[in-house]
Design a protein around this ligand. Structure first.
Ligand code: SAM
Length: 195
């Protein structure tokens, strides 16, 4: 099955950042990579590998694995970043054992899924310590729940009360929220720690 992502050019996709959204959120990711006591990272939905570059520049010894469902994203990463580990995988069934990675990172992916909760379960399962996620839209959209069908792909807005309660429901997790505003976007990154 081909998806919207099969039709974007990895050489162009998310590489430039005129609106500042990616710039700001990627900086926060790099800061966390620099400060958290971690050695292994799994990025799910790594796209063209921009955050692989950020992670490996911040901490050259980091053991990073990137997975994506789109073959051309993985081929692009393997071609440009031969020192990284990249492989095809679907967030709904990650080919890793429980508790494999100290940090599991997933940016701008959950909001494109039909059931983000199922995707999150997998992130949680393979994480040993931390999970870092966003939902593209910031916490400002407090109680809006809307499925935006762009024809080519969907981009969901969620009810934040529901998101937060679902994240912590029935599993021991502590949660740190980074609400941020930059230019036209509000953005929120959520760091969860298994306790
Ligand atoms: C908006 S892009 C974000 C890419 C990257 N995280 C970034 O911010 O630079 C979404 C990515 O998620 C991937 N993706 C979509 N559905 C997926 C799934 N079910 N499993 C794994 N990756 C998926 C797409 O192929 C695409 O590369």
């Amino acid at each position: 099955m081909t998806t919207y992502w099969d039709h974007v050019d990895p050489d162009e996709f998310l590489q430039t950042d005129e609106e500042g959204y990616n710039k700001s959120i990627r900086k926060l990711f790099r800061d966390l990579v620099g400060h958290l006591q971690i050695q292994t990272i799994l990025e799910v939905g790594c796209g063209p590998g921009v955050d692989y570059v950020g992670a490996s520049q911040t901490r050259p010894s980091i053991d990073y694995t990137g997975v994506d469902i789109t073959p051309q994203m993985i081929e692009h990463c393997q071609r440009l970043y031969p020192h990284g580990k990249f492989q095809l995988a679907d967030i709904y069934s990650l080919p890793f054992a429980d508790n494999t990675f100290e940090l599991v990172y997933c940016k701008d992916v959950l909001n494109h899924l039909d059931t983000w909760e199922k995707g999150f379960e997998e992130l949680h399962r393979v994480s040993q310590k931390y999970i870092l996620v966003n939902f593209f839209y910031g916490l400002g959209a407090t109680t809006v729940k809307e499925k935006q069908d762009h024809g080519t792909h969907i981009n969901n807005w969620y009810d934040w009360n529901e998101v937060m309660t679902t994240l912590v429901a029935s599993r021991p997790l502590s949660l740190v929220v980074f609400p941020r505003v930059c230019n036209s976007y509000e953005e929120t990154l959520i760091l969860l720690q298994k306790v």
